[in-house]
Design a protein around this ligand. Structure first.
Ligand code: 9MR
Length: 359
């Protein structure tokens, strides 16, 4: 009897979201450079055991991987891709073209003036060809372009847009496809739940597809707060993307438990620290924790409901220790948005998510 009991406890401990959601969607995690380098073996074990897909939190971004015109830093990105292969995880590349985290050199000539459209297009081609080409056949899909639109659906006034106009988006998809014709290609953005932004993305996707460009999915970053986006806004965005004929990827999911002065993920935004905005330094009160759990489960239930079109749900980080939200949009706070706590323990909400997944 005692043995049977032990076995069943052991089996229960083995259940993961990966197995529970099998056939529905992939469960991914963003891994940071320390994790890629295996600095903390407990974190490594969790990444391998609890997730079926990985994405690089930072090491493939233009500024990191291509800091100067003829200089590439492949070190961490190579390790990241090898890590996924070794552990039989699906590897996503993030991100090829983004207005942020990109060396200034990309847009200027030797005199510091904006380059011509031809030069910028050629730099995009070289960058994308080098990065996608290096991992050809090993990366399942790429966040080709990140954050093109403002929340009101207008084009972001980025250097790419200023120099090349809207066409920079097409160029990015074209070059990525040429570099690895078998790779999936994604459009990625935050606040996809905002109606005007979602509509703009859907229009873009339809236009690209009508012109014969490959685009497989819209990545909805899904950086969420306790009260926004609403459940209905989120569901509507999933429906709209589905209707556009592409898959949805939940690419950077987290729900901040802290009060926020800002809705969005534009990392140049920063607010001053105050104690009132950092209320849970000593721990999260039970009532708030329950509210967060419910919100996680509501959203996860929605992803499950749309699993026919949702291909992957990726959490933007592993533990509450390592989440970017401890420093955004206010530096030095204590947030609790991840599936694992500061002691690397799996939160009870994961068991609830596992139960929901089997229905
Ligand atoms: O989580 C990332 C953080 O560690 C970096 O400092 C930051 C700038 O590179 O980017 C964060 O990740 C962003 C992602 O690449 C794109 N969407 C918004 C994410 C959160 O800012």
């Amino acid at each position: 009897m005692a043995i049977v009991l032990l076995t069943s406890v052991h089996t229960m401990a083995q259940k993961t979201l990966v197995t529970a959601t099998k056939g529905k969607f992939l469960i991914g995690v963003a891994v940071n450079a320390q994790q890629v380098n295996g600095v903390n073996p407990i974190e490594t074990e969790l990444i391998v055991k609890e997730f079926s897909a990985i994405v690089a939190e930072n090491c493939m971004k233009p500024q990191t991987i291509h800091p100067e015109e003829n200089k590439y830093n492949w070190n961490d990105a190579d390790k990241f891709v090898a890590f996924g292969e070794k552990n039989k995880q699906i590897v996503t590349g993030h991100c090829l073209i983004w207005h942020s985290q990109i060396g200034r050199w990309f847009f200027i000539d030797a005199d510091g003036k904006d380059v011509t459209p031809e030069v910028l297009k050629e730099r995009m081609r070289q960058h994308i060809t080098a990065v996608v080409g290096r991992y050809k056949g090993r990366v399942k899909g790429w966040d080709v372009i990140n954050e093109v639109f403002e929340d009101d659906g207008t084009y972001r006034d980025s250097k790419f847009y200023q120099i090349l106009g809207k066409d920079y988006v097409k160029f990015a998809f074209q070059f990525a496809h040429e570099a690895d014709p078998n790779a999936e290609l994604y459009y990625n953005d935050y606040n996809v739940e905002k109606p005007a932004k979602c509509d703009a993305i859907v229009e873009l996707v339809k236009g690209l597809r009508a012109e014969g460009y490959r685009i497989d999915a819209v990545g909805s970053q899904a950086h969420m707060h306790m009260n926004s986006p609403t459940f209905d806004e989120t569901e509507t965005s999933l429906k709209k993307i589905k209707a556009a004929g592409v898959k949805v990827l939940i690419t950077e999911w987290d729900i901040s438990i802290l009060p926020s002065p800002y809705e969005g993920a534009n990392i140049s935004v920063n607010f001053k620290y105050s104690k009132e905005m950092d209320p849970y330094r000593e721990g999260v009160p039970d009532s708030i924790q329950q509210k967060w759990n419910k919100r996680m489960l509501d959203m996860f239930g929605l992803f499950l409901k749309y699993n026919e079109v949702v291909d992957r749900v990726t959490i933007w980080g592993l533990t509450d220790n390592t989440t970017w939200l401890n420093n955004f949009p206010i530096r030095g706070r204590k947030d609790y948005p991840m599936l694992f706590d500061r002691n690397n323990q799996r939160k009870p909400v994961v068991d609830e998510m596992i139960k929901m997944s089997k229905i």
